[in-house]
Design a protein around this ligand. Structure first.
Ligand SMILES: [Zn+2]
Length: 386
């Protein structure tokens, strides 16, 4: 069972390096730019096989259509639900083109009316309902958000008779639980050298009352300790005060729990962020980039091939009633490039963005999808031999 305390520091610092608004671009600009970026790397026109690792959500259709239009072929499917890369599909992808482009993106909905992330208007539902997006990510987050809410509502602080007191619900003090939100007790109270809390000052039927550590008091200097009624810790339950344990499969890579496995180490930052669905999609993109570029670099199928791999975030801006597609924006995160001679490099977010912005929005190789479909309709039918 994963206890994810250790890697939190390095991953959380990575979360902070992700720029959003300044580098976002609409897909109608990203698609020609990324095609021209491939061409600038000497990818051969007509010999490029694009591939996408997107979630199964229908909102990902518009980006796929634009990639098909600009690359002149329907992209290979490298994606599992939640924006996970199916690395066992590297082989077939490598065989389907001379030069290879792969894009991985987690996605998150955005409702421009409420300015909320994580929601998306489904025009095909009977009432054009707004539902969660990415559904897979939001579903996975629900359990953690409930655990977090319980802890926020069941840790109380007060100042009484010269003492700063912290009152913690018994459930949160039960360290033998197999899964749940666990407090870093040494941040709340002065623990002994085995990490055990001191004897409580007093107990109620459901909680224990401790003297708060100086560390906690100092970190909560804006908290109203002197309020007349008992005050719950609420938004002051910061990510460095807790971690999660969760019963998920650790072995089956790219299986059902892969997304949760990716997110578990940074879950305290996700649940306490302003937009958990957005932070989760961002973290998943960052983790999938790191995992996938290594798998591409090592896969014999890609050896001696030109490969461009880009990770980023698809922001699905909910369509209005008269729109068929979402106004999806792409936020690039990082890229990996290799050539046929084995030269490899990675581009960080700023460098990738600058390289994309250097590219023209004109793409003379793009196809007209309507006329391509017309050609297929008008071509003489081939009868199958049965
Ligand atoms: Zn999704």
């Amino acid at each position: 069972m994963p206890n994810t305390d250790q890697s939190l520091g390095s991953l959380s610092s990575l979360l902070g390096t992700f720029n959003m608004a300044a580098v976002s671009m609409r897909y109608s600009h990203f698609a020609p730019r990324v095609y021209n970026l491939c061409r600038s790397l000497n990818f051969e026109s007509g010999k490029i096989m694009p591939s996408r690792a997107f979630c199964s959500d229908e909102s990902q259709g518009y980006p796929i259509i634009l990639l098909a239009k600009h690359f002149g072929t329907f992209p290979f499917n490298h994606g599992l639900v939640g924006g996970i890369v199916a690395t066992d599909r590297h082989g077939p992808h490598a065989q389907h083109g001379k030069d290879l482009f792969i894009i991985q993106a987690s996605h998150v909905g955005y409702d421009p009316n409420s300015k909320q992330f994580g929601m998306y208007r489904r025009l095909q539902t009977s009432q054009q309902n707004a539902t969660s997006n990415c559904g897979k990510i939001c579903n996975a987050l629900e359990w953690y958000l409930n655990e977090y809410k319980f802890a926020q509502n069941n840790i109380f602080l007060k100042y009484e008779k010269g003492k700063h007191l912290v009152i913690i619900d018994n459930h949160l003090l039960h360290l033998e639980r197999e899964q749940g939100l666990f407090l870093k007790l040494d941040h709340f109270v002065d623990v002994d050298n085995r990490g055990m809390p001191p004897l409580p000052e007093s107990s109620t039927s459901t909680a224990k009352v401790f003297i708060a550590s100086k560390k906690l008091v100092d970190s909560l200097n804006d908290f109203d300790w002197n309020a007349d009624s008992l005050q719950a810790i609420q938004q002051d339950l910061k990510p460095d005060l807790f971690y999660f344990k969760r019963n998920i499969s650790q072995h089956a890579d790219e299986g059902r729990d892969h997304l949760e496995k990716n997110l578990l180490p940074v879950m305290p930052y996700i649940v306490s962020s302003e937009s958990p669905a957005l932070t989760a999609a961002q973290a998943n993109t960052q983790i999938e980039f790191d995992r996938t570029f290594r798998s591409i670099a090592q896969d014999p199928a890609y050896k001696s091939k030109k490969v461009l791999f880009i990770s980023g975030l698809n922001i699905d801006i909910s369509p209005q009633s008269e729109q068929i597609f979402p106004l999806t924006k792409f936020i690039p995160w990082a890229a990996y490039i290799q050539d046929e001679n084995g030269q490899q490099q990675t581009w960080e977010q700023k460098e990738l963005y600058e390289k994309l912005m250097q590219q023209s929005l004109e793409n003379t190789d793009q196809i007209n999808l309507e006329s391509a479909i017309k050609v297929m309709q008008n071509t003489k039918e081939i009868l199958l031999p049965f």
